[in-house]
Design a protein. Structure first.
Lengths: 432, 162
């Protein structure tokens, strides 16, 4: 009996767990990346007496290099060298094949019913597969590496019901912006979000990742979609482990929010807060110096496909730069095989190594003072992509691609070939 | 005597310590760039024992622990806000940076006043206006971590996390 979150905690603890309780639980996986691992190691070392100097389980401890990879500075290279030494000592395999939130699910490390903690706020992405996953700071993660445990106050849940069908040119990212606009940047603070409704059921796992990824932009502790046949199909071939198909059962939601996606248009989140949302149509003329397609929000194969179809055989605007970074090596290879990367390069884009790229403003496309970017990122905070006077707008992959062609924020509906609007069908066909 | 540094709503961790300056574990480097985007004078003028006050959702965004660590390295005695983002709050508690939720104290302050904070009792006295406020009590589990001086000390005392 309870929300999906309560069901996951009850399943783990073998008793009925209710929202508001503070519980200590064993975690299934612990994750940190190249920027957050150094402080986690420091916390871990301080608990050497409690753990004999060993991580709780090297096969469930995951270090992903994605934030500044390959290293762009001596400082970054030095931190990464020190992490490699730690990983070797602990028998942990460092994953250097894309963004942590893409690589963890691809590798089958995220399963329905799992409890996962990551030293990155977008760890809530894993909820798309029906796991309870949340971001924490390095000390919490160091403690989890040392003990295999963490503590939680089991959160109340906001149920977001998304019904209707996506209109032409409108994507999961646009729906996500509408949700953040409605809930606000702290409307889900200390709460879990459970996404349900006809449209969520029809969404691919990639689209669910986009939804759940941005739960933290409303302060959410977790964003979850109950596992179904789509989840099973996606996980097929990625894991041998059994997993429980948990679902909410007579849940007491704190709040229910309904959205009719049929009414939506292509949306933009304007700087400097993610709930500063308007439709592309209402925005007016905004010239753009750089577009960026990638990140844990929208760097997957379907995102690249949507953009590639818009850019096919065309050149980007001479006053605009374009950066494309596939979210993982798997995505990169598939996009290469399907010709998308060639489309981007021919169009004049810079295609980068799988990772976070300029999303955290350290390399591969940082912004100069006064410049303006349109990106598929999840955050438009001041200074995030470089100089603090630069401005970051957020949009869907389709809007990014259309904007790359015109040099100003552009409604993708002018450029999408109707047959290619729903890239998902192609993706599912191509899925091995 | 301590000075109040006043910030608004939704101060995110990118603003507290920008991503381009947090590729380090050196606390003096973190202190140097703390809040540089919104209060460039802060890092130079802040004194040990000063207090940061803020509106709603303080510390939203990235999970970077460098954010509370930067404030701590600047000598901030306590952060008092109308509300905190969850990860920042937890990070601050874990590393022993005191955090208090007190709507009234924040609303009654303009910034720049002198303040006295009794962390044990959660009382906040704005010395300039001679008003006293009571912060919200802590979750009992959080209170135990705070009493131990952070989660590392807590686990050392308990022998494990329980």
């Amino acid at each position: 009996m309870g929300t999906l979150t309560e069901e996951i905690f009850s399943n783990k603890l073998g008793r009925t767990v209710e929202q508001g309780e503070t519980v200590v639980v064993e975690v299934d996986r612990v994750m940190s990346h190249d920027t957050t691992t150094p402080l986690a190691i420091k916390a871990f070392r301080e608990l050497a007496q409690q753990n004999n100097g060993r991580v709780f389980d090297p096969n469930r401890s995951h270090i992903v290099f994605d934030h500044i990879i390959p290293a762009a500075t001596i400082a970054a290279a030095t931190l990464q060298r020190d992490i490699r030494t730690f990983a070797q000592e602990q028998d942990i395999t460092i994953l250097q094949e894309g963004i942590c939130h893409q690589v963890m699910p691809e590798r089958g490390y995220v399963l329905p019913g799992d409890i996962i903690v990551g030293a990155d706020s977008h760890s809530c992405t894993y909820g798309a597969l029906g796991a309870f996953a949340t971001g924490m700071g390095s000390t919490d993660i160091g403690v989890a590496y040392a003990t295999g445990r963490t503590w939680f106050r089991v959160p109340p849940t906001i149920n977001i019901r998304i019904n209707g069908t996506l209109p032409f040119g409108v994507y999961a990212k646009d729906v996500t912006f509408e949700i953040v606009r409605m809930i606000g940047v702290d409307g889900a603070n200390y709460r879990a979000i459970e996404y349900t409704g006809d449209l969520v059921e029809q969404m691919s796992v990639s689209e669910r990742f986009t939804l759940c990824n941005m739960a933290i932009e409303m302060g959410g502790k977790a964003g979850l979609v109950a596992p179904d046949a789509t989840t099973r199909a996606w996980l097929c071939g990625r894991t041998e482990r059994d997993y429980p198909m948990l679902a909410s059962n007579n849940p007491k939601y704190e709040r229910v929010v309904e959205i009719d996606a049929s009414l939506l248009q292509p949306m933009i989140a304007c700087p400097p807060d993610v709930n500063n949302v308007t439709s592309v149509e209402e925005l007016g003329h905004v010239s753009i110096d750089q577009v960026f397609l990638g990140t844990c929000t929208n760097g997957r194969l379907d995102d690249l496909e949507i953009a590639a179809h818009i850019l096919q055989g065309k050149k980007i605007h001479p006053q605009t730069r374009m950066v494309v970074i596939p979210a993982s090596r798997e995505v990169y290879l598939e996009a290469m095989r399907l010709g998308y990367l060639e489309t981007f390069v021919q169009a004049g884009a810079s295609v980068g190594t799988p990772g976070c790229g300029p999303c955290i403003g350290r390399h591969f496309g940082v912004l100069a003072p006064g410049e303006r970017a349109l990106t598929t990122m999840n955050r438009n905070f001041t200074g995030r992509m470089g100089d603090p006077t630069a401005e970051i707008y957020l949009g869907s992959p389709a809007t990014i691609a259309a904007t790359a062609l015109t040099g100003h924020i552009t409604d993708p509906r002018h450029f999408i070939i109707k047959n290619h609007d729903r890239a998902r069908s192609t993706i599912e066909r191509n899925k091995k | 005597m301590s000075l109040i540094w006043m910030l608004g709503d939704n101060v995110n961790t990118d603003v507290i310590i920008p991503g381009r300056y947090n590729v380090t574990t050196d606390r003096s480097q973190l202190a140097r760039y703390c809040l540089c985007e919104v209060m460039p004078e802060f890092a130079q003028q802040v004194k040990g024992g000063d207090v940061v006050m803020a509106g709603h959702n303080f510390g939203c965004g990235s999970s970077r622990e460098h954010a509370p660590a930067a404030l701590q390295a600047c000598g901030i005695q306590v952060v008092i806000a109308r509300s905190f983002a969850r990860i920042f709050y937890r990070n601050a508690v874990n590393i022993g940076l005191p955090v208090l939720v007190c709507e009234e104290a924040v609303l009654a302050s303009a910034g720049g006043e002198q303040v006295e904070v009794d962390l044990a009792n959660g009382t906040i006295r704005n010395v300039t206006t001679n008003q006293t406020f009571q912060a919200e009590p802590l979750n009992p589990f959080v209170a135990r971590i705070v009493a131990a001086g952070g989660i590392i000390n807590y686990i050392r005392q308990e022998g494990t996390l329980r």
